[in-house]
Design a protein around this ligand. Structure first.
Ligand SMILES: [Zn+2]
Length: 285
């Protein structure tokens, strides 16, 4: 049985991996992706696997996510190259089931030939847990990539969420529309650690995108399209910021940017719940 016969959503999952690779966001084995299955997809999965279903032993997560108890996630495999996901989905992706306590997982499909879920599984689980809670269950995708301009920003700007968000909002109109709550920012931390997972999930309570300094970007979305679009928008705005700054002899004192009043006007026009703490109080009196 092919992965798409098993569950059509696997095809969308694989497509995002290919799209991300083609953007240049996944050198070597960089990046990881996970998707929280809908109840009807879990039903279909159980039916498709039928009697051939095999499950591995429970593996402790080292954390507890009560609201994900009993849920299923598709994730990329540890060390997999996104370039190869479409060619070898059975080796580079798999589906895990969380136990009834939300503190352990077992493999129910994929991860062939000894593959295992991504080393960033703790971050994915905790981020899913928080985004599931704050979006009332709408959020389903967590995506991590290494987009170069976003990483370059962290070598240049103070590692401050307000400063980095404003730098992006003010150079491209689309930004405040796509991430009105701004981006969270973490200093360099050890990848794959429980500490970076906990710190990220704290920021995901407010933001749906979190930059890891000198490493990459995590985003959350209701679906693959919105997660990819968020990653793409942040990376494109970072590119524009760096180009403008480079053309401005390295100075961030740009002749023209979008004003705070105009950012507020966009938020009003489109009814966005903008992060007011990231806007300057421009009193026109
Ligand atoms: Zn990474």
């Amino acid at each position: 049985m092919t992965s798409s016969q098993l569950l059509p959503v696997v095809e969308d999952f694989v497509q995002l991996c290919t799209d991300g690779f083609l953007q240049g966001w996944h050198e070597c084995n960089g990046g990881n992706l996970s998707y929280r299955l809908r109840p009807e997809e879990v039903e279909q999965l159980r039916k498709s696997l039928g009697k051939s279903a095999t499950s591995s032993e429970w593996t402790p997560l080292g954390l507890k996510a009560d609201n994900l108890a009993g849920q299923y996630l598709i994730t990329t495999a540890a060390g997999c190259h996104f370039q190869n996901v479409a060619k070898h989905p059975l080796n580079t992706t798999g589906i895990v089931e969380l136990n009834e306590q939300g503190d352990a997982y077992r493999i129910v499909w994929g991860f062939a030939d000894g593959a295992a879920p991504t080393s960033e599984l703790p971050s994915h689980i905790l981020n899913h847990s928080v985004r599931t809670e704050v979006t009332g269950g709408k959020s389903r995708v967590i995506y991590h990539a290494h987009p170069k301009n976003t990483i370059a920003l962290t070598a240049l700007l103070p590692l401050d969420a307000r400063i980095i968000t404003r730098s992006l909002w003010k150079v491209m109109t689309e930004c405040i529309l796509v991430f009105p709550q701004g981006v969270g920012v973490l200093p360099w931390m050890m990848p794959g650690s429980i500490e970076i997972a906990r710190a990220s999930s704290k920021l995901f309570r407010i933001h749906d995108a979190v930059i890891w300094a000198h490493h990459g970007l995590f985003v959350a979305g209701d679906d693959f399209e919105s997660a990819f679009g968020l990653m793409h928008s942040i990376e494109k705005a970072a590119d524009i910021y760096l180009r403008a700054r480079s053309a401005n002899k390295g100075s961030d004192d740009f002749p023209n940017t979008i004003s705070d009043d105009d950012l507020r006007a966009i938020a009003d026009r489109f009814g966005l719940a903008v992060n007011e703490a990231f806007l300057d109080d421009n009193c026109l009196i």
